[in-house]
Ligand binder design. Structure first.
Ligand code: AOF
Ligand code: ZN
Length: 362
């Protein structure tokens, strides 16, 4: 199918609506919908939050009787299953729409292809694939989470020109400038959860919330803490503006109870040689419906994720400073340059004299 200019125009509108909710619909995808009649938009909708009505239903409600004989543009295949809400395909059929234009099929096996099929069987004209790449990219995290059954993983690191993430002493506050750090809050806003290792917590006592701009939800904060060293007076325990999960291998009942009293969730996972198994951690996070995980460091934690190739996207912030001896990525199993882990550069940002490089694994 070669989409018409009109189809592209209206699908762009639907994608803009979906974009406005990026990061706010976890573990659901962000979806936008536009209803068009006689060449004019008569209703718009987006999926506001998981548990709330889907984009199509919101738009159909606004359109009312007018929806009859209309064309509906939706950025993801209308669902055909009973989840938190009833199937959108049925709502579209009931509304007697004439045509449904879909950007991309839903990867969810409960839905995939079945939503489009149900519409077709009801005599509705269905077109699939208008701005498909854009629609997939917008929900890249959701697609990975559904198909790979693990959170989509973004690694974020801040370093000097010479690739150091901290001084030898561990000091790393602050390598990058304020503008870079504000952008890092945008990355947080799009993640379901932000993860750090216990060493970073002990050294920096970070808050890990979105504070650079007003935001409707805070990511869950996760600490990998094999020996349960987290102090009860650390910000992640005391600050209640976001929830905190501690993952540990140590069954210290008293400490666990004290953390729970503060509202912190403690998850037990197995550790080998004092290191938590990342695969096991990710399995647990998947079952907690953590769709998008942002790993913020420090160098040991980032190294472990890289070593096991457990990431989808890499953001490297580079500040215009030289540190010399310091901490960076450790051994990741590369013995020969031919084994170097290759990446594709997909975006380049400039924040004053800092830059941020966005990579994907090859
Ligand atoms: C749509 N329109 O706007 C969205 C869809 O449990 P539920 O009811 O919230 O359903 C979630 C699933 O529905 C989600 O995994 C994905 O397959 C689909 N999302 N579908 O028709 C929407 N957000
Ligand atoms: Zn739906």
């Amino acid at each position: 199918m070669t989409p018409t200019e009109k189809d592209i125009y209206f699908m762009k509108k639907a994608l803009e609506l979906a974009k406005s909710r990026k990061g706010l619909t976890h573990p659901n995808p962000t979806v936008g919908c536009v209803i068009v009649k006689d060449g004019k938009i008569i209703a718009e909708g987006y999926h506001e939050r998981a548990g709330m009505p889907h984009a199509e239903v919101v738009a159909l409600e606004k359109a009312g009787k007018q929806a009859e004989n209309s064309t509906v543009y939706v950025t993801l295949e209308p669902c055909s299953h009973y989840g938190r809400t009833p199937p959108c395909a049925d709502a579209l059929i009931r509304a007697k729409v004439k045509r449904v234009v879909i950007a991309v099929l839903d990867p969810n096996p409960l839905v995939s292809g079945k939503g489009a099929e149900r519409l077709k069987q009801a005599g509705i004209e269905v077109s699939v694939g208008v701005l498909e790449e854009e629609a997939k990219e917008l929900n890249e995290d959701f697609f990975t989470y559904i198909t790979q059954k693990r959170p989509y993983i973004t690694l974020k690191m801040a370093q000097s020109i010479d690739g150091r993430m901290a001084l030898k002493s561990g000091q790393s506050k602050w390598i990058t400038n304020q503008e870079s750090r504000d952008f890092a809050h945008k990355l947080r806003s799009e993640a379901t959860a932000v993860l750090i290792g216990i060493n970073t917590l002990l050294r920096d006592d970070p808050q890990l919330t979105v504070r650079a701009f007003p935001w409707e939800r805070q990511p869950i904060r996760i600490v990998l803490d094999p020996r349960l060293r987290i102090p009860l007076d650390s910000k992640l325990v005391k600050d209640k503006s976001a929830s905190t999960i501690v993952i540990t291998a140590l069954e210290d009942k008293e400490k666990i109870e004290n953390l729970q009293k503060e509202g912190v969730e403690v998850i037990l996972a197995e550790a080998i040689d004092g290191k938590l198994s990342l695969k096991e951690v990710l399995r647990q996070l998947y079952f907690k419906e953590i769709m998008h995980l942002l790993v913020e460091g420090g160098s040991i934690t980032i190294t472990n994720f890289i070593k096991e190739e457990l990431y989808d996207r890499l953001f490297v912030f580079v500040a215009p400073i030289l540190i010399g001896e310091g901490l960076g990525i450790g051994h990741i199993g590369v013995e020969d340059l031919s084994q170097a882990k290759r990446h594709k550069l997909v975006n380049l940002y400039r924040f004053g004299d800092d830059i941020a490089l966005e990579y994907r694994k090859l």
